[in-house]
Write a protein that binds this ligand. Structure first.
Ligand code: CO
Length: 220
């Protein structure tokens, strides 16, 4: 192999190890995938969905973009969601952000990084929606952490408001949404308590989750 031989060598070792552990592993997976989860996460190289949740190939359907944003006109994300909900019939959609997210920081500071600024405008919308909280926080690092959490919560709201999820709930398909955040510094996931399983509870659950951010980061 001419280019990147170390990656191909590692792949051969990995495939052999998997086959030793379970000789039918690849044959069975090649026939069908039945993941129970759709993961919508950040593209950040430090937040790989499978490894941090201990899930094997076949167990989680994954969509990642910069700063785990769900935009109502993003055909890529919507197509992933449609396939996951209607064909694979996943039972859970997890939006997972992470502390230390560069996309969130750039949005918070209004940094100018080129084309991506347009994508990050969606996170500035989150920042501006929660301006009262953000401006009440004492310093940049606290504002950054809080905005990482608020971004997850608002993206869960965006998932809940898609026609895809609304239609699934209308036909009584079991589908639960969750918002989590991952710590780069300790490798731990935290639940932001935005779990939802029908449209009626959406606003109350989202408001409570936002109140949780207030209580974590402000003194009163
Ligand atoms: Co990130």
């Amino acid at each position: 192999m001419k280019y990147l031989p170390e990656l191909f060598a590692a792949n051969v070792r990995w495939a052999e190890e998997m086959t030793v552990a379970d000789p039918r592993f690849f044959a069975e997976l090649a026939a069908i995938q039945t993941p129970a989860y759709l993961w919508i996460g950040c593209s950040d190289s430090r937040v790989p969905a499978n490894q941090i949740t201990g899930l094997k190939p076949g167990e989680v359907f994954v969509h990642r973009n910069v700063a785990n944003v769900v935009v109502h006109t993003d055909l890529n994300c919507l197509s992933v969601m449609q396939y996951a909900i209607e064909v694979l019939k996943v039972q859970h959609i997890i939006v997972c952000g992470h502390y230390g997210c560069g996309g969130v920081k750039a949005a918070l500071e209004g940094a100018s990084l080129g084309l991506i600024d347009n994508w990050l405008r969606h996170i500035q919308d989150v920042r501006d929606r929660h301006k009262e909280l953000i401006t009440a926080l004492p310093n940049t690092s606290t504002r950054w952490k809080a905005l990482c959490e608020l971004n997850v919560i608002e993206q869960v709201r965006n998932v809940a408001r898609t026609t895809l999820v609304g239609d699934a709930w209308k036909r009584r398909q079991h589908l639960m949404l969750h918002g989590w955040i991952y710590g780069l510094a300790d490798g731990r996931l935290q639940d932001l308590k935005t779990s939802l399983q029908d449209s009626a509870e959406m606003n109350d659950v989202i408001d409570l989750a936002v109140a949780g951010v207030w209580s974590r980061y402000t003194l009163n």
